[in-house]
Each structure stands twice: as structure tokens, then as C-alpha cells.
Design a protein around this ligand. Structure first.
Ligand code: NIG
Ligand code: FE
Length: 420
């Protein structure tokens, strides 16, 4: 079955074989002028070319074999990649917003019985089927907002049994063809569970949890919440090195609340991406760049926590490689990549094209598509994941923070229409 999109508006293809950095992030060469058509066969982009010529070729085909869709000049962007989320958990931490407003910090709230460990308690009590149903609904919301691929982490189990349960749910989501594709990460080192010390839990992670996870091949990568007060540099290094010895890829949470030196460790271990990285020093950012470590900014977190913003534009000026992602989690329930892009574009002066590069092609290198095909680009041979916007202007992709800018999208060649 083929789908042909005709009369496309501007197409932002971002078709690059390497991540895009510096002033290249703002270059109009990534945009094809209006009037083109996109041909999709099964789950792959087959051709991009002149609308009239392609229409000529396909008009004579049997309508059961070809679905011709007139886009009426609407702008088209690639399927968006959300490269850092926590999708699988249950419970509700809404009451923490008032605790925060009363002056309690993130760690105060953890000590008051809220925070990560409270989500762990609610998550442990839910069945696999319940968790799957909850996470699937979240994934479908993300898809309506343009996300076609999601990296998701465990981390609300904090014991072998529950971490494995969360990773099995992620696998179920991965095998499900109607939700965005899934790249699964094990985050056993997310917090210290009750009745453990940092040392005893680090030991348990390395000797018990990790071998189970690695043997079951349920996660492509391992992640650690490396932050003063959670996992320090030494524990993070031990856990990540152990994960590497089991053949896993590495990711990190670093410098969310202060500069704890996680950037230096990220560079030393050459992890794929070090995320949050809000308070990372310029010296450590340079080390990360030299080691080809991507910085994963999570603008929803400062938005939800009411803190200031990192300096995104200095990343462009200094040619650092960076991405953005939602960090959807119980403390930051944002499933919309266009919303987090709006934060950096409308609040921090980042060019909307740079924000799109940071949401598509750049994260495609830290979270590959499960088929091995290219994604996050509109190019021949790439997976057929793309978004048709409501507007003829591609910039609109991140300018409607209260609602989705997407009129329809294509996921693995499958057309979903959201117009009503
Ligand atoms: O990436 N900071 C650590 N982990 C999550 C938050 C988890 C939570 O508060 O439940 C994050 O922001
Ligand atoms: Fe996170």
C-alpha cells in the first residue's frame, strides 16, 4: 500500500548524516519550498519530488493500492523524537505543588514522603496490565502532539521484580504498532528505596538488578540519576561501568539542581547523552563536546519547578551538540514536545528551526529507531514518520503551547488524522 502526500507546504527535512550543531542549526537549507509531494510505501519514505509529476505517475494506480492525500499547502515536519521520558508509573503527586509553593525543595518533598519513592510505592502495587493501559494512553497523547518515537526509562520499581515489570511493559509498548516506537532504558539507580543506604542499594543494583535486566535483554541502555544527594560520581561510575560490561549503552541524568561534576564523568565514560545538564560548567560542556557526548536539555523541568532556564543559545554559539525532550514524569506531566519547544523558543529566544533540529535529527543519534532505519528526517529510505501541521508555516510547530499544532501524522506509514 502506498500513500502519496501532494501539494505539500514547506517541508523541513533536516536530512543530515551527522548531528547538526552551531549556526547550521538555523540554516534554511533544511527546508524544501512548497509544492512537493512525498511518496510512502509500506513503512518507508520512497520519494520526494514535484507534486504534479508524482501525481501523474500515481493517478492511474488502483485506489486500493494508492491513497492520495491533498495536504493543501500545510507545512510538514519529521516525526518528533522524545529522547528522555519516564512513561511507566502509577499514582498521583499533584499535592506536591502546594508543598513546593510553601517553600519545600525537591529533597524536602522526598523527605516528607513525596517524590520518587512515593511513586515507587504506588507503582509497585499496580499490575503489569494496569501499567500498560496507563502508559499506552500517555503514548497516544504524545503521538497526537507529533511524537513518533520515545525513549522511556524504568526507575519507579527500585527492586529487581518491579524494575523487570516496568521494562516488560515498555517491551509491550515497543511491540505495539499503533503507539510511537520505543527505546527502553533501565534506571534502577533513580533513588534510594526505603530500608537501604546508598552503599547497600548500589551494591544490590550491580550484583542483582543489573544482571537480571541484562540477561533478559529488556533495556538497550542504562541510566543513573547522578546528582549530589542521590547517586554521587563514584556510585554512578561503578554502576555505569558495570552496565557497560554487560553490553549496555549509557545515558545519565546530571546537574539538575547544581553542578555536581556529572558532565566530567559523562565525558570520561563517553555516554550517549547526559540530560538535564542545567548547571553544568562551560568547562565540562567542552569536555562533553570533545568526547562527542550529547546534552539532553529537559525544559519542562524548569517550567514545572519554577526555576530559571539554561542558556540554550550559548550552546549554539559554542558549537555544542544538544537535544530537547519532555522528561515526562510524575513531577512534570508534559507529553508534548511542541510545548517544551515553545518554552525555549518563546521564553528563551531560540530559533524554531534550531528547536526542531534538537527534537528530530539530533536525538535520532542517541535513540535509534528499533528497525535500524533512519528517523527524525524526511528523506528517501527513512522510516515513514512525519507530521502535517495545521498551518502553512513550519514555524507554527512550536507556537501553540495550549494545544497540538498537528493536523495529521504518519507513523510507520500509517495515516492518523486529528482534524475535527
Ligand atoms: O528526570 N530527576 C530525576 N528523575 C526525574 C524526576 C523524577 C520524579 O520526580 O519522579 C527527572 O526529572
Ligand atoms: Fe528524567
Amino acid at each position: 500500500m502506498s500513500t502519496v502526500l501532494i501539494n505539500c507546504g514547506p517541508i523541513v527535512h533536516v536530512d543530515s548524516n551527522v548531528p547538526i550543531t552551531g549556526q547550521d542549526m538555523l540554516d534554511d537549507k533544511w527546508i524544501i519550498a512548497k509544492g512537493e509531494a512525498i511518496v510512502i510505501e509500506d513503512s518507508q519514505i520512497k520519494d520526494i519530488g514535484n507534486s504534479l509529476e508524482i501525481l501523474d505517475d500515481y493517478q492511474s494506480h488502483d485506489s486500493n493500492e494508492v491513497n492520495i492525500i491533498d495536504v493543501y499547502g500545510k507545512a510538514i515536519i519529521p516525526g518528533i523524537i522524545d529522547s528522555h521520558t519516564h512513561m511507566v508509573w502509577g499514582g498521583d503527586r499533584s499535592r506536591e505543588v502546594r508543598w513546593k509553593q510553601q517553600g519545600n525543595t525537591y529533597s524536602d518533598i522526598a523527605n516528607m514522603g513525596g517524590g520518587i519513592v512515593s511513586t515507587v510505592n504506588s507503582t509497585r502495587s499496580l499490575s503489569e496490565a494496569d501499567l500498560y493501559a496507563i502508559a499506552k494512553q500517555r503514548m497516544m497523547h504524545a503521538l497526537k502532539n507529533g511524537t513518533t518515537h520515545i525513549e522511556t526509562k524504568s526507575g519507579y520499581g527500585l527492586d529487581t521484580k518491579t524494575e523487570m515489570k516496568l521494562l516488560r511493559v515498555a517491551k509491550q509498548l515497543r511491540d505495539d504498532n499503533i503507539t510511537p516506537s520505543v527505546d527502553s532504558t533501565w534506571l534502577g539507580a533513580h533513588a534510594i528505596p526505603d530500608n537501604h543506604t546508598l552503599d547497600s542499594y548500589t551494591e544490590e543494583i550491580i550484583t542483582q538488578q543489573l544482571p537480571h535486566v541484562a540477561e533478559a535483554k529488556l533495556a538497550r541502555s542504562a541510566d543513573v540519576f547522578c546528582e549530589p544527594g542521590w547517586f554521587g560520581i563514584d556510585e554512578s561510575e561503578q554502576i555505569l561501568k558495570a552496565a557497560k560490561s554487560h553490553g549496555m549503552n549509557l545515558r545519565m541524568h546530571i546537574d539538575e539542581f547544581s553542578d555536581g561534576g556529572g558532565g566530567e564523568l559523562a565525558a570520561k565514560l563517553r555516554v550517549d547523552t547526559a540530560d538535564h545538564a542545567h548547571y553544568t560548567s562551560e568547562e565540562n560542556r567542552d569536555k562533553m563536546t570533545k568526547a562527542e557526548v550529547s546534552t539532553g536539555f529537559l525544559p519542562g523541568t524548569p517550567y514545572s519547578m519554577g526555576s530559571d532556564w539554561p542558556d540554550f543559545n550559548s550552546m549554539i554559539e559554542n558549537n555544542h551538540l544538544w537535544t530537547i525532550a519532555t522528561d515526562f514524569n510524575p513531577n512534570n506531566q508534559i507529553l508534548s514536545m511542541p510545548f517544551v519547544a515553545s518554552c525555549i523558543v518563546q521564553r528563551c529566544g531560540v530559533d524554531p528551526l534550531a528547536a526542531l533540529v534538537a527534537s528530530t535529527i539530533n536525538p535520532s543519534f542517541t535513540t535509534p529507531h528499533p528497525t535500524g532505519m533512519r528517523h527524525g528526517v524526511i528523506a528517501k529510505g527513512a522510516v515513514a514518520n512525519l507530521n502535517i501541521l495545521n498551518s502553512k508555516h513550519w514555524e507554527s510547530w512550536c507556537l501553540t503551547p495550549g494545544h497540538s499544532p498537528i493536523s495529521a501524522n504518519i507513523l510507520n506509514g500509517q495515516y492518523n488524522n486529528y482534524e475535527y
